[in-house]
Each structure stands twice: as structure tokens, then as C-alpha cells.
Design a protein around this ligand. Sequence first.
Ligand code: KIV
Length: 270
Amino acid sequence: MPTVRDIRANAGEEPITMLTAYDAPTASIVDEAGVDIILVGDSLGNTSLGHENTLPVTVDDMARHTGAVARATDDALVVADMPFLSIGVDEAASLENAGRMLKEEDAHAVKLECGPHTVDLTEKLVELGIPVMAHLGLTPQHVNQYGGYPRQGTEQAAAERILELARAHADAGAFSLVLEHVPSNLAADVTAALDIPTIGIGAGPDCDGQVLVVDDAVGLSEWSPSFSKQFGNVRREMESAIGEYVSAVESGEFPAEEHSHEEGELEDIY
Ligand code: KIV
């Protein structure tokens, strides 16, 4: 199993693979495929809980799904995302919420959507033994601030701010950095400037690793962002299997004799 030290040491070495998972069966498939890091993302809100964005996701939601993923994972590093307002409002609550993911749910690390407010918190979490994956660029918990999900760091000042915050979180002890939806030349510059690995999503090919939302990668999502890629069509497979099930029940073809059991002793129950 890669530890956070292994992941940290991987900057500039073998590409790091990361996928999200939110439940035990998906986690076991992702783990068996040899993915290095499983992120229990707060994208859970969109993919699995039917919300429009990640803001309604609670610490309890994250804890329940992180536990399910951790129980089904033997090899990958499990990282729990900290949901909206679970960190950054009050230090004691932030530490308790993040600590819960390791103490009660067996995660190995937490991910924070970062800003200036998470530099000291990162240092404190790391000091306490809670490894931190930082996340900069597009941070979806700011959807209302952005008015959508636009690419970040497209102007000089914004790009410099991302680089500065990336350095600050690396210095504070984060073991890796997710860069979401930023120009690939900015991601390349950030990657070159840091001695911790960057993991990109919509950030081009020069990051040390890549992450996708699993529902997008396997083709289960109804919609996925342009920077994502479908490596399968699980939605079509499910539609076809479920359609066949409905037809088989309606036609009486299912259950057939081999799916049924007749008990000889029960001939005269009336
Ligand atoms: O919540 C999530 O799935 C994420 C990834 C897209 C990085 O933050």
C-alpha cells in the first residue's frame, strides 16, 4: 500500500493514479485495478446524493461513505474530502471533523479545498498526524462565488496567487496538491516549483498524477466536464441490463424454474 510518504516521494517519478469512489463495490474494483489513491470526494453530493452541487454534503455523509470505501480497500491510499464549512470556520471543529475521518473511518489522509485560510490549518493537522492533500485552482465549494465552474488562474495575478498558495501549503506540510481546471502551462509551472506531487484534473499532462470522478471515467454520469474522458459506457450497460430485467418479468420469462425452489414438505399447508 502506498503511504503518504511514498506519494510525496513520487513527485517527478511514476505517474500517480487517483480516482474517486463513494461505496464499497466501486472502491474494491478501483483498488483491484491498481489505482494508487482513492479519493472519497465531496463530489458524492452530485454523483450519488442527487444534489446540484457539493454544498449540502455533511461531515456525516463523508464519514459514512469514507468508512464504506476504506472497508473495501486493501491497497490504495484512502483520502477523505472535507465538505463545505466543515473546516476553516473554527479551528477546534476543523481538527475534530478531519480527525474523525482517520480515527473512526480509517481514511489515511484528508483533502482540503484551500485558500489563505487553510495554510495554518494544514500545518496544525500535519502536526497532529493528519496528512493533508491540498486542492487549488477550481474549488467547487466556491461555486456561488464563481457563479459556476470557470477555469481558474487564467490571468497573471490569479496564476501568481495559485502558485503562492501552492508553495504555502507545501511549506505547511501538505503531501500532495490537486490542481483543478487550470491552464496546463500554469499546472506545469506549479509542478516544477514544488517538491510535492501535483495531481491534475483538467490541468493538462504535466502534473505528477491525474484524478477523475469515477462516474465520469466509467461513463456512468449523464454529463461530464470537457476535460474528463469516458473510458467505458457503464450507463449503457446498466440501461440494457435493467431493460432486459423489466421485459423478462413482464413476459413471465423471469424467474424461470432454475431460479425457483419447490419444497416437497409444503404440499398441504392449507
Ligand atoms: O470531490 C471531488 O471529487 C474532487 C475531485 C474532483 C478532485 O475534489
